[in-house]
Ligand binder design. Structure first.
Ligand code: DX5
Ligand code: ZN
Length: 225
């Protein structure tokens, strides 16, 4: 299991986004998580394709765009054109989820699907063979700095088990409330892509925060193996 850290820029200083992102990468981040919110699906508004295009010019790692928006099909081409590498959509926003995942892939991006805390993993059984990653929300989406919801551990474990049983290859990603206290449990449950916002960007030195978190996550992965 390859543990990867995906710093979430939501908690970065947007006036110096490129520099903050680079520090998180220097600390061990290998994917940059970009939270896109529309003020409808979630009660907050963040960024759109122009910011993704600007980031694309200054960082080398894959851009993981998490679309917390209604009607994602309408915006997927713009995010792909802006340089997104991975695009994930919420199960709750997609009536035709199969079609939406195919649309993402048709634009050359890795398709992912996201589950809100109240949405069961069983809602994905028919699309697991189409996705590159499944993102388990461990907080209700909309804001950084919220408290980790413990039931997310059961969902992560179930997704890891389903992957083995069905001999599939999707990766299990977790998003929300991941910090030094919770990271070992999420890794032991089976998450391998760790989205971390406020713990990295919210206080102190970005690079040190990222490096320390990754170190604890890797120790937990070794203990699990
Ligand atoms: C929340 C976002 C997260 C957020 C996580 O809706 O999807 O990516 O940045 O932030 P922390 O790590 O602070 O919980
Ligand atoms: Zn996110």
């Amino acid at each position: 299991m390859k543990i990867e850290l995906a710093p979430s820029i939501l908690s970065a200083n947007f006036a110096q986004l490129g520099a903050d992102a680079q520090q998180a990468i220097d600390g061990g981040g290998t994917v940059l998580h970009v939270d896109v919110m529309d003020g409808h699906f979630v009660p907050n508004i963040t960024i759109g394709p122009p910011v993704v295009a600007s980031l694309r010019k200054v960082v080398d790692v894959p851009l993981d765009c998490h679309l917390m928006i209604e009607s994602p099909d309408e915006y997927i081409p713009a995010f792909a054109d802006a340089g997104a590498n991975w695009i994930s959509v919420h199960q709750e926003t997609c009536v035709h989820l199969n079609r939406t995942l195919e649309l993402i892939a048709s634009h050359g991006c890795k398709p992912g699907v996201v589950l809100n805390p109240a949405t069961p993993v069983e809602t994905l059984t028919e699309v697991l063979d189409l996705v590159h990653h499944v993102l388990v929300m461990s907080v209700n989406p909309g804001f950084g700095g919220q408290k980790f919801i413990p039931n997310s551990l059961n969902k992560i474990a179930a997704l890891a088990r389903m992957r083995t049983e069905r001999n599939l290859e999707y990766r299990v990603e977790v998003d929300g409330g991941v910090d030094l206290e919770t990271v070992s449990d999420v890794v032991k449950a089976g998450a391998e892509l760790l989205v971390v916002g406020s713990h990295i960007f919210g206080h102190g030195d970005i690079r040190t925060n990222a490096a320390r978190l990754l170190e604890v996550a890797r120790s937990a992965a070794l203990a699990r193996a």
